[in-house]
Design a protein around this ligand. Structure first.
Ligand code: NAD
Length: 112
């Protein structure tokens, strides 16, 4: 069975991707640190979305920050990756550009 790693799996785009690939018969591994919920409170609490997803779909979930080294082990196990972990463009979220750069550097080996 092919394995896909989806970062930001509790978010809007990531959770839809997780459902899609689960229904297609892939082994789905999701990662999310619930950052959005911590910033926005209940309005943005993606852990609720994740709990529902885990009840209804066959998904392996890890509560993890993508900058944590543990991500390497999950990457090694994956045949494909969809990277959606990001800072949303919600007005309440103060966009921290240094964090954005960390995300891009981590995921784009071509980034200078
Ligand atoms: N939603 C849209 O309509 C849309 C359209 C085009 C592009 N995009 C892009 O897709 C990406 C995802 O958008 P979204 O709407 O799903 O956002 P979202 O906020 O719903 O999901 C992002 C998820 O990433 C998680 N996350 C953030 N930092 C993390 C970290 N360090 N480690 C682990 N998880 C982390 C958050 O907790 C959240 O669940 C963004 O780059 C966005 O710009 C979204």
């Amino acid at each position: 069975m092919e394995r896909i790693l989806i970062t930001g799996g509790a978010g809007l785009v990531g959770s839809e991707c997780a459902k899609f690939f689960s229904l297609k018969g892939w082994h789905v591994i999701t990662v999310d640190n619930y950052m959005r919920g911590r910033i926005l409170g209940s309005e943005g609490d993606t852990s609720i979305v994740m709990r529902k997803l885990l009840r209804e779909y066959n998904i392996e979930h890890h509560e993890l920050d993508i900058r944590d080294d543990k991500i390497c082990e999950l990457l090694r196990r994956a045949d494909a990756v969809i990277h959606t972990a990001a800072q949303s463009s919600h007005p309440q979220i103060d966009r921290d550009t240094s964090r954005e750069l960390q995300y891009k550097r981590l995921w784009n080996p071509l980034y200078p």
